[in-house]
Structure formats: C-alpha cells, structure tokens
Design a protein around this ligand. Structure first.
Ligand code: CP
Length: 313
C-alpha cells in the first residue's frame, strides 16, 4: 500500500494483513511490550482540520510506539487562518523533510487530494474525510469484532443510526463485505439512511426491533448534527425514543451480542448509559485496538520506504 485512504478497492488479503499485523503489535499497544524500532528516524505529521479525541491521540501514540518522531500541527493557531491554502500548507511541511501525513478534514476527498500532490516518498493516511471514509476506524472495529467473534462469515451485524452522514458506517460496510460477513444490516429512519443503501450490499431496516433481532454485533452511530441541515434534525428525545439502544432493546439481539460505538457518544441520544457502561459494550476495547491497528497501517505503508536523503547517509 502506498497510502491508506479508503477501504474501497482493497482486497480481503489486504485487510487480513492489517488485522494480523495489528495482532502481532498488540503487545506494544497494550503496554505488555515497550516500543519497537520499526519507524525509527521517520517523521509523522498529524494534520487535523476537524476535532478529534480518539483518532488523533491514538495515531500519535501508535507513531511513538513505533519510535517515529511526531509533529502535531495545531490547525487552530496555524497560518491557514491567514489565508494559506491547503496545498501550500502541505508543501511547506513537506519541505521540512517529513515522511507521513495523517489527515482529518471536513471535506470528502481531502486526504486523496493531498496524496495526489505529495512527493512519492510521503505516505498519506486518511483519519476521516467528510462523510466519505474513516478506514482506520473500520479496521479497529474489524479487529474488535474478530477478537470476540472469530469468522465473519457466521455473523449478522447491524449498523444503527445516522448512516447517511457517517464515514465510519461507509468504511465499515465496505470492510464487513470484503471480509465476507454473513449479513450486514443498516437500521435507521429513511431520512438518515443513504438513498443508494441497497447498492452498498446491506439489508435495510427502519424499525429498530426488527433490525436488532438475532444480530451478533451492533455498531451504534452518533447523530452527526454538524453535517445536517435543519430539515433532517430530529430532537434528541424523539430520536432516543425510536432508535436509542436500551438494555430491553439489546435483549432482542443474540444473547452474546457485542455493542460497538466509534465515539464520541451522546449518552441518552443514541445509547442509554446502562448499555454504554454495561457488560456487552466493547467501546473502550475499540480505543485500545485503535493503537494496534494504526501501528499496523503505519508500519505496512511506511516500513520499507526510504526518504530520498537517506540514500546519501
Ligand atoms: N472515532 C473517532 O473518530 O473519534 P474522534 O472523532 O474522537 O477521533
């Protein structure tokens, strides 16, 4: 892999390589083993044009545990506020002889745009672009599911909530299908599901009780209010009444079903606190697995690539 921008177009062998590599690195992610030297001498730049807690910090930790140097560019105080274009920002940081950009941006396609313009020795990782893709989130979700459930072919998975605005849902649907999941469902009101849903290789449910019946895995989504226009905005109370995950509703799923959420969670909107903090939730495991998956992706993409100046060292 030259970059890691989306799950679309990747084959099963690529996803399995990431999952298997993440497992071999999980001892480092979980602090059973100290750092490894894989990216010693490399410089990773975090460029987050949108807010983040989990993704930015776990990318930083992943890079540090691979022994890379990490630069976190504070976009809020950067010269983008003085009118500098995205491409000029990239070119100037590129001139600092860096090796990798980790990019989050509100515009779909932003990471791909940057990847098309950087020098060939630089890798670009997509940390979430608009509604389009969040591929490392999908891979940490797949790692979490595989650890608990094993083979994807035997599983029914329901993705519940605001699928329309969710880059996580899109990347998860692609990853689950590439990995051969038995059945992938999306569940939500018509206004929050994509019009082309059937073409994505999923079964569509508008009724939560039907959508949850007998599933092995429930992936809950946040209402992405920041990406909605007024007409789409349900009230929090209305939404929770119809689509909020409670313990009673979760009882409709398989008895050993697990519950995932990419975070941030709005408690009492998409999930009741009793479920968030309950025994079926694997939400904090997802966060830990995010370090291992991001270490895996960084080492696969950059592990064997030399900076041009290194040839003369
Ligand atoms: N899951 C996720 O992308 O969380 P952050 O927005 O906190 O990075």
């Amino acid at each position: 892999l030259q970059h890691f921008l989306t799950i679309e177009g990747l084959q099963r062998k690529h996803l399995i390589e990431i999952l298997d590599t993440a497992e071999t690195l999980s001892g480092v992610a979980e602090r059973r083993v100290k750092k490894v030297p894989t990216l010693h001498g490399k410089t990773v730049v975090n460029l987050f044009f949108e807010n983040s807690t989990r993704t930015r910090t776990t990318f930083e930790l992943a890079a540090k545990r691979l022994s890379a140097d990490v630069l976190n560019v504070n976009i809020a105080t950067s010269s983008t506020n003085k009118g500098e274009t995205l491409l000029d920002t990239i070119r100037n940081i590129e001139a600092m002889q860096v090796d990798m950009f980790v990019v989050r941006h509100a515009v779909s396609g932003a990471a791909e745009f940057i990847a098309r313009h950087v020098a060939p020795h630089i890798a670009v990782l997509n940390a979430g672009d608009g509604r389009h893709a969040h591929p490392t989130q999908a891979m940490l979700d797949m790692m979490t599911i595989r650890r608990h459930k094993g083979e994807f072919a035997n599983l029914r998975v329901a993705i519940v909530g605001d699928v329309l605005h969710s880059r996580v849902a899109r990347s998860n649907i692609h990853a689950l299908n590439v990995l051969g999941t038995g059945e992938v469902r999306i569940v939500g009101p018509k206004t929050l599901l994509p019009a082309d849903a059937e073409g994505l290789g999923v079964h569509v449910y508008h009724d939560l009780a039907h959508g949850l019946r007998d599933v092995d895995v429930v992936i809950m989504l946040r209402l992405q209010r920041e990406r909605m226009s007024g007409a789409l905005l349900p009230s929090a109370a209305e939404y929770f009444q119809q689509y909020g995950l409670t313990e009673e509703r979760l009882a409709l799923a398989a008895p050993d079903a697990i519950v995932l959420h990419p975070g941030p969670i709005n408690r009492g909107v998409e999930m009741d606190s009793a479920v968030v903090d309950g025994p079926r939730a694997v939400i904090l495991e997802q966060v830990t697995n995010g370090i291992a998956v991001r270490m895996a992706v960084m080492s696969i993409v950059l592990g064997n690539r030399a900076h041009p100046q290194e040839d003369f060292a």
